[in-house]
Ligand binder design. Structure first.
Ligand code: GDP
Ligand code: MG
Length: 201
């Protein structure tokens, strides 16, 4: 078995307010469990799961923020080389939904920083219009999924599915709802994303 026993490797980054269930989603998908109690924070940057899609081995490196979910406190290195983002809110917490535009602005800012980073790295040796085009072509926005979590708590829902769908549609982004607790749609979330990434790779 070679060191690189996979056909594709993708980095997927989860962002969103603290408490929306990011860590539980990652643990549900990678370990098949729902952590008991409040202490879901894990002290690692990412977890790995390899899945098979149409005979191709797809290694997913899933990054979770451990308690730094404040705007602009997440460093650019966290987004670096990300292939896809999952922007998560909690359907029982309207505040977490209202913060989505702020998260989108943060991603946008990252995208513009990336152009500058490339410029510095490449010692200004090529046409800036080419760079701008490149940075648009692999925009993270194309692979951002907006995610409403905790649908097992339907009786406490504060954000309707329709409202969230309209918002996501306006951003031209996919929308999905999950329950990390009941394992509802969690596989679908990551596998759909992996399929989309493969088809554009
Ligand atoms: P994070 O801060 O975004 O990483 O959120 P956590 O994964 O730590 O979850 C925050 C709290 O929400 C914890 O008490 C979890 O048990 C709870 N939680 C996470 N996902 C779900 C879910 O799908 N359903 C329910 N009922 N609770 C959840
Ligand atoms: Mg967490």
């Amino acid at each position: 078995m070679s060191m690189e026993d996979y056909d594709f490797l993708f980095k997927i980054v989860l962002i969103g307010n603290a408490g929306v269930g990011k860590t539980c989603l990652v643990r549900r998908f990678t370990q098949g469990l729902f952590p008991p109690g409040q202490g879901a924070t894990i002290g690692v940057d990412f977890m790995i799961k390899t899945v098979e899609i149409n005979g191709e081995k797809v290694k997913l490196q899933i990054w979770d923020t451990a308690g730094q979910e404040r705007f602009r406190s997440i460093t650019q290195s966290y987004y670096r080389s990300a292939n896809a983002l999952i922007l998560t809110y909690d359907i029982t917490c309207e505040e977490s939904f209202r913060c989505l535009p702020e998260w989108l602005r943060e991603i946008e800012q990252y995208a513009s920083n990336k152009v500058i980073t490339v410029l510095v790295d490449m010692e200004l040796n090529f046409d800036i219009s080419e760079l701008a085009k490149q940075s648009n072509d692999d925009s993270l926005f194309d692979f951002t999924t907006i995610l409403g979590n905790k649908i097992d708590l339907a009786e406490r829902r504060e954000v309707s599915q329709q409202r969230a769908e309209e918002f996501s549609e306006a951003q031209d982004m996919y929308y999905l709802e999950t329950s990390a607790k009941e394992s509802d749609n969690v596989e679908k979330l990551f596998l759909d994303l992996a399929c989309r990434l493969i088809s554009e790779a």
